[in-house]
Design a protein around this ligand. Structure first.
Ligand code: 0WD
Ligand code: CA
Length: 418
């Protein structure tokens, strides 16, 4: 069953039914186009548009159809970053109370194992999950898609989609998204920009420590089992992860993506995933109206986008002081965030985020026509510019691994697989 997820939740959601749904049509026969820019929300009169505008005003339409995301599987990465096709790393939320005084600095120097960020994993873990669950995926989508395909238009990480959702409001950081078409599906994998690499390699000690604080907060409020309690004395290891794999549809784009989930509600009566999941965040405590306004304008946009995508309904935020002590804990319901920001002048709008993402995906579909995993279309964006792309064959940008291509190609009929 399809519904617009935000309908009852925020005023930007459309009031009408199917008629208002976003439609994208290409007119391939049109000749002599005046502009080679992709036209948001409308028809494209060129066979291959060369750019896409990110101007907010162009995306202020009705909220597009966004189907309730369905969890189709999950996987875990252990303390050594080994992959397991199960939920062994899923943790259980344990309420620390409203003002718990948690010291987030504890253990940074003696009980912290940090994932090696120079190792680029690209889509690999998700691709491994797809290979192991191909039969399940195919049968889910068999009715609406040709045989020997995954039955989805896009495969990516949730984090990449979050970046797309926030693009019309982003003024600091650009992005590079590599796209290859393989077996009819478009795979999107982020490439680190030069600026992001420089930032990563030159983080201050203070910044490094503050990044640790987020993981330490998780440790204080997450238990390994339903009946156990959090262990604030243990080691924080950022190799460990639990990821959900969800399927959904944005306008006419069928999406399969994965995102890391911090923990779940421990109540056995809680709804099935992803509705039982809880996202954890830390943020500086809010002391002035200016700080509150900035929190609404910048932080809540990112928090909303990240959790709305996979259908995670709530965020538990630990507000910490300058010394890294959590002084208050607050729950944010995703469906109520647009109400919270309503009084901010010229604030971000969920509909702009979703329409931009939808139009970007339409743009990608119209550009990436050749089905070849060795061919990468690199979409690039910098703040205050349009999205553009370049094409690369057998380059440093190629990201679909041989083991995936081989296995997918060799198993032409997934139904005959064990
Ligand atoms: O290759 C890449 N460019 C990336 C790979 C970028 C982002 C993530 N990954 C991989 C990792 O395997 C990670 O386990 O995806 C997984 C998480 O994916 P996601 O959920 O799509 O990422 P995102 O929504 O950006 O981040 C979710 C959480 C973060 O929590 P907060 O509360 O800070 O948003 O995943 C963690 C972080 O805890 N995280 C990462 N973990 C490992 N590698 C990474 C990363 N690059 N980025 C964020
Ligand atoms: Ca988190």
């Amino acid at each position: 069953m399809e519904h617009r997820r935000d309908k009852a939740r925020h005023p930007d959601a459309p009031r009408s039914g199917k008629g208002a749904s976003y439609q994208h049509k290409r007119d391939r026969d049109a000749e002599g186009c005046a502009s080679k820019r992709f036209r948001p929300g409308g028809q494209t009169f060129c066979s291959v548009p060369q750019s896409l505008s990110t101007r907010r005003q162009l995306y202020e339409r009705d909220f597009p159809v966004y189907k309730q995301p369905v969890e189709v599987g999950c996987f875990s990465l252990d303390s050594e970053r080994n992959f397991f096709s199960d939920s062994r790393q899923l943790r259980y939320y344990s309420d620390p109370g409203k003002s718990p005084k948690l010291n987030l600095r504890d253990g940074h120097h003696d009980r912290f194992i940090k994932r090696d960020e120079s190792v680029k994993e690209r889509l690999d873990h998700l691709l491994r999950w797809i290979l192991e669950n191909r039969v399940k995926l195919h049968s889910r989508n068999a009715a609406t898609s040709p045989p020997c395909t995954l039955g989805v238009d896009f495969v990516t990480w949730r984090g990449h989609l979050t970046k797309l959702l926030t693009t019309p409001y982003e003024t600091q950081e650009g992005w590079l998204l590599a796209v290859s078409r393989f077996g009819g599906t478009l795979y999107i994998s982020e490439m680190e920009t030069e600026a992001a690499r420089v930032n990563r390699e030159n983080r201050t000690e203070r910044h490094e420590e503050m990044m640790y604080w987020g993981y330490k907060f998780e440790q204080y409020v997450c238990a390994d089992d339903v009946h156990s309690v959090p262990d604030g004395c243990g080691v924080v290891n950022t190799n460990e992860a639990f990821c959900t794999v969800v399927q959904t549809r944005l306008a006419d784009h069928k999406l399969l993506f994965s995102g890391e989930v911090d923990c779940r509600d421990k109540d056995p009566k809680s709804p099935p995933a992803p509705a039982c999941y809880v996202e954890l965040k830390t943020s500086a405590e809010i002391c002035t109206p200016k700080q509150r306004s900035n929190f609404h304008r910048y932080k809540l946009l990112k928090w909303w986008a990240q959790s709305f995508l996979p259908g995670v309904p709530r965020i538990v935020a630990g507000f910490r002081d300058h010394d890294g002590v959590v002084v208050s804990v607050e729950t944010f319901h995703i469906s109520k965030i647009s109400q919270l920001i309503k009084n901010e002048y010229n604030c971000w709008k969920p509909t702009v985020c979703m329409n931009f993402c939808s139009d970007f995906l339409s743009f990608v579909k119209s550009v990436v026509k050749e089905d070849d995993p060795r061919l990468v279309y690199l979409f690039a964006w910098e703040p205050h510019r349009d999205v553009t792309f370049s094409v690369h064959k057998d380059s440093e940008y190629t990201f679909l691994p041989d083991w995936y291509i081989k296995e997918m190609a060799s198993q032409r009929n997934p139904e005959t697989r064990q």
